[in-house]
Design a protein around this ligand. Structure first.
Ligand SMILES: Nc1ncnc2c1ncn2[C@@H]1O[C@H](COP(=O)(O)OP(=O)(O)OP(=O)(O)O)[C@@H](O)[C@H]1O
Length: 244
């Protein structure tokens, strides 16, 4: 569903933020992307979302290039950034309607899905308020709802659990599992290793822009905690980026 091939990205005047990174995310995968601060997670995610350009490599969403066919790719995906920057002058419901229009969700389905997710995230009573009046967590919940209502084939999230209350985190994890059970794929970054260990069937670890290790969670951990594996991998690196 998502194929990242030899991605390399440098920022102006900076060193390589991501170097020759390749990953395959298949339908049904909940793929966790972990690494220390500045490792290159957000850069990779933004390149996948089509928000930043990159000098080398290829990113395919369901076989389509994010560079050559950006609209087609965006129709298939939802991207939730780490700091949701939504249209503050709209109300919550106006924003969800706008997303519904963009993704061509019919009125009946839209109503039903907005009710399901807004009720669950306890946002229904605030949907008539301006987004400018929302707290950070409320904006995050609205961004999550806007992604879920169009049932994306590929869901990309950057640090989705930061700032969410425990109840919302549990809900989000449940909806991530639900979406993948229906055949979608999820790729997300996180620093919360126990969540990654429990939620993800596959995990990739990136260090200083280079993929160190990737593969099935249980094959990476082999009975150890993900935290121990992460510390070991980050301390000693990998002989080579290996796909287990
Ligand atoms: N707009 C930018 N201009 C220049 N350098 C940048 C820019 N954004 C990121 N970088 C650099 O690229 C590298 C990777 O940053 P990135 O934000 O992808 O890391 P990250 O793994 O998401 O980190 P964190 O866990 O702290 O969010 C870092 O060295 C960072 O300083």
């Amino acid at each position: 569903m998502l194929s990242i091939k030899n991605l390399t990205k440098s920022y102006k005047g900076g060193k390589k933020a991501v170097s020759n990174l390749s990953l395959e995310i298949e339908r049904g995968d909940i793929y966790g992307f972990i690494g220390h601060n500045g490792a290159g997670k957000t850069t990779t995610i933004k390149a996948v979302a089509g928000i930043i350009d990159f000098e080398e490599g290829e990113i395919l969403v369901d076989g389509h290039s994010v560079v050559k066919e950006p609209i087609l790719c965006k129709q298939k995906m939802a991207y939730i950034p780490d700091n949701p920057d939504l249209y503050e002058h709209l109300t919550g419901i106006q924003y969800l309607s706008f997303i519904g229009d963009i993704f061509g969700i019919d009125a009946e389905t839209r109503k039903e899905r907005i009710k399901k997710y807004a009720d669950a995230f306890e946002l229904t009573a605030s949907l008539g308020d301006l987004i400018a009046s929302y707290s950070h967590g409320m904006k995050q919940k609205l961004a999550i709802i806007s992604a879920l209502i169009h049932k994306p084939a590929l869901l990309i999230l950057d640090e989705p659990f930061v700032g969410l209350d425990p109840q919302a985190s549990v809900l989000l994890k449940g909806y991530m599992r639900e979406l993948c059970a229906e055949g979608s794929a999820i790729f997300f970054s996180t620093h919360v290793l126990d969540v990654a260990e429990k939620l993800c069937n596959k995990i990739a670890i990136i260090k200083e822009g280079t993929l160190i290790v990737s593969g099935r969670t249980e094959e990476l951990t082999q009975g150890k905690s993900l935290e121990d594996v992460f510390m070991e991998v980050v301390r000693h690196g990998g002989d080579a980026a290996k796909e287990k």
